[in-house]
Design a protein around this ligand. Structure first.
Ligand code: TRP
Length: 338
């Protein structure tokens, strides 16, 4: 059976939060158990350097993210789980791709354009202020991540769709010049993935500083849930579920029946304190077993390291011969007989 290759990377700059969990990690772990799929999931630690120059933070985040995925039950017998930096063929491929990528294509990347736009709005008129070549060519590194393993499907958030399109463009360009080496990847937006609001009602995101870390100890979890913003309606007054953060988060954790029951309680005027308690219990009961495994893993980091090394070995059994054939294709090989 030819399994379809699903690949995604997680940038190692932060602590996984409930939004990451419901939006990306939970669906990806579910997919890791699907026998028709061969998932490649990796810690995008070279991507971390684009926006974070704090070594301790990158290191800590790599540990936390790896522990999170393992604690949540990632099936590493099916999924290939690795650290990007262990696959030394990736930066090599990134260079080959850099040399066929039009600068004009990179000029159009949203992340770069947003940075330029921000500079142009501010008074001191250097459009390139604070923009590194890492940020500028980031879509090429991402293309190398994807093309290295000929991924067919790339589950990503909406903000990343453009990068997958760029990876397709870059792959086509390379194929056109050097022959058909790369499959053209497709972005997939998961139907099971939820976008959660954060403490302040905006999308939960580390850049808004409004997150609830996934494995916060129970007491802290309760405290943070109590901080989620609501309107000022009193208990007994009927409430809208639409636009209510508590309800939106509850939906990502509860069954259809439970959601219906809560809907009725909103109409009857459930108090916010009561709803927060319901939400806490729902999340806490889903997370608790994994939280225990997470804490145990953090006590045994060598176990995490071992898993990542095994993943790297599997990944490199593909990337090493593949980069060799790509070197040949571009004309980099031993002198003399081939
Ligand atoms: N850039 C992605 C993000 O910020 C992470 C990432 C790196 C990625 N390489 C990838 C995602 C390859 C999918 C495929 O979310």
């Amino acid at each position: 059976m030819n399994k379809s290759i699903v690949l995604t990377g997680i940038t190692t700059t932060g602590t996984p939060h409930l939004g990451n969990y419901a939006g990306a990690i939970r669906p990806a772990i579910k997919a890791s158990k699907n026998e028709h799929v061969r998932p490649f999931y990796f810690l995008a630690d070279y991507h971390a350097l684009i926006k974070c120059h704090e070594p301790a933070r990158v290191r800590q985040s790599s540990l936390e993210i790896a522990a999170t995925w393992l604690a949540l039950g990632l099936d590493t017998s099916n999924a290939v789980f690795y650290r990007q930096s262990d696959i030394v063929e990736i930066p090599e491929l990134a260079w080959m791709l850099t040399c066929v990528t039009a600068k004009g294509l990179m000029n159009r990347a949203h992340a770069y354009k947003a940075a330029v736009a921000e500079n142009e709005e501010s008074a001191d008129a250097d459009a390139d202020k604070g923009i590194t070549m890492g940020l500028f060519s980031y879509p090429i590194l991402m293309a190398a991540d994807i093309l290295m393993f000929n991924a067919n499907k790339v589950p990503v958030g909406k903000d990343q769709i453009q990068h997958i399109e760029m990876a397709r463009d870059i792959a086509s360009r390379f194929n056109h010049i050097y022959g058909e080496h790369f499959a053209l990847p497709e972005a997939v937006l998961d139907d099971n993935a939820a976008t959660l609001p954060g403490l302040d009602g905006r999308k939960m995101s580390k850049s808004y500083n409004n997150t609830i870390p996934l494995f916060e100890p129970e007491k802290k979890l309760r405290k943070l849930i109590n901080k989620i913003k609501t309107n000022s309606l009193e208990p007994g007054q009927p409430k809208e579920t639409d636009g209510c953060s508590l309800f939106a988060i509850y939906q990502a954790f509860a069954s259809a029946d439970e959601i219906e029951a809560i809907r009725i309680r909103y109409a009857e005027g459930i108090g916010w304190g009561d709803m927060k308690q319901q939400l806490f219990e729902k999340i806490n009961s889903e997370i608790t077993p994994a939280r225990e495994r997470y804490e145990a893993l953090l006590e045994a980091p060598e176990h995490i390291e071992q898993q990542l090394r095994e993943g790297a070995e599997k990944a490199r059994s593909i990337s090493m011969p593949f980069i060799q054939s790509l070197r040949e294709a571009v004309g980099i090989s031993r002198i003399g007989r081939r």
